[in-house]
Design a protein around this ligand. Structure first.
Ligand code: LLP
Length: 390
């Protein structure tokens, strides 16, 4: 068992549910990325949507990572954490006028644009503000990421990006617009990708598309390959740090890049998933007809991934006093049948009041929490704060 990485005594005294972030693990993960992406033309942006806890953002800023933002709120949070505007990219299926104005005023590095109407609007608003907007077009590469349907984004029928056949006219429109500087192309094929083949396919597709643009006489200086590297939800301690070497090697090997071309990555989950656990207590053990329910004080309101994607999150009982195991359906207290974390799950015999850690919850956990049932948002505590005894 590997529960020793949790400062159990300190966590015991806090009221649940809340997120616990292991900052040491975050720092080791960041270090591993930096070791694998040392070339000066490789740029890593942290995808804020995964986790926006201020200590996490500040750590990203300190490490020199840029930010991948998808809302005005995220642009603000990145700046506030100390990520400089020239390292911020702003993506998203559709950006509202106030968000575009905010990004222009703050002089962010570029907009990743997903449709022609949005491009025209950015040009208009840039003109009004007296600015020029750097733009990359998000192209849908029609590469299957072989991941969950809800987090696949690069197939032809997905709502994301501009279709490949519409790329050249869109690039030409960028070049023709007076307040737009076209800098390059953006891609993202999906999330929780554990097989490297889709990335190889993506590289080959990008090579073709960049070539098409450049033979039409337009330079592509910026290539953004998106994010999506997966993590091990089954064995979080054995694979606490994802295999960044294999990931970056694929791009080194298959992406044709001139030394004056900049390659950007947007990593979210792989940076923060393993450092986070949702801490929760057992409210009741209830005997059903054929099973027993372990009802906890966290629900889909704190961590929606199991309800939304049937995602597996390992659960550890940090208070267990016996090795004798029993089968449980671990469920939340919310009035929804889908508020279930795990079924037929083997755990040490569990009692009311036990402290559980729902693992690999640092990414898309706290950021997707809701106030449904008028529940309080969970909040977080970091290992650094606990070490300082705050
Ligand atoms: N870039 C773009 C354009 C994206 O849409 C995303 C994620 C990322 C980067 C970061 O991807 P990551 O490295 O984290 O895989 N809520 C879902 C995941 C949604 C991902 C949305 N886009 C989940 O809980 O699995």
């Amino acid at each position: 068992m590997t529960i020793s990485r949790f400062p159990i005594e300190k966590l015991q005294s806090l009221s649940t549910p809340f997120y616990y972030y292991d900052m040491e693990l975050l720092r080791s993960t960041i270090k591993a990325v930096r070791q694998q992406a040392q070339e000066p033309n490789l740029h890593v942006h942290y995808a804020l949507k995964a986790c926006v806890a201020p200590p996490v953002l500040q750590q990203m800023a300190k490490s020199g990572f840029g930010a991948d933002c998808v809302s005005g709120g995220e642009v603000d949070a990145a700046l506030k954490a100390g990520i400089p505007p020239e390292k911020i990219v702003f993506a998203g299926v559709a950006k509202a006028d106030w968000e575009i104005r905010l990004a222009l005023e703050r002089n962010i590095y570029c907009f990743n644009v997903e449709s022609l109407p949005e491009l025209e609007n950015i040009n208009l608003l840039a003109g009004e503000t007296g600015k020029r907007a750097r733009v990359a077009l998000r192209i849908n590469p029609n590469v299957d990421a072989h991941t969950h349907r809800y987090i696949t984004t690069g197939l032809q029928e997905d709502k994301f990006g501009i279709a490949m056949q519409d790329m050249l006219p869109a690039v030409k429109r960028c070049v023709a617009l007076p307040n737009i500087d076209f800098i390059g192309l953006h891609f993202h094929i999906g999330s929780q990708i554990t097989d490297m083949n889709p990335y190889k396919e993506l590289c080959l597709r990008i090579n073709e598309l960049v070539n098409q643009v450049e033979i039409s006489g337009i330079r592509v200086d910026y290539i953004n390959v998106g994010g999506g590297l997966g993590v091990d939800y089954e064995e979080p301690d054995q694979h606490a740090i994802p295999d960044f070497r294999s990931y970056f090697d694929i791009f080194r090997r298959y992406l044709h890049v001139r030394t004056d071309q900049q390659v950007h990555f947007e990593l979210g989950r792989s940076l923060v998933a393993q450092m986070g656990s949702l801490m929760t207590r057992v409210l009741y053990i209830k005997q059903g007809v054929d099973k027993q329910f372990c009802i906890i004080d966290a629900g889909m309101t704190e961590l929606i991934r199991p309800a939304l994607y049937h995602a597996f999150h390992k659960i550890e009982n940090l208070s267990a006093i016996t090795a004798t195991e029993e089968l449980y359906d671990v469920v939340g207290p919310i009035c929804e049948s889908s508020d279930v974390f795990l079924t037929h799950y083997r755990m040490p015999a569990t009692r009311r009041g036990d402290l559980l850690a729902i693992r690999t919850a640092g990414a898309y956990g706290e950021t997707m929490a809701s106030g449904y049932n008028l529940r309080r948002l969970p909040g977080h505590v970091t290992s650094d704060e606990l070490n300082k005894n705050i």
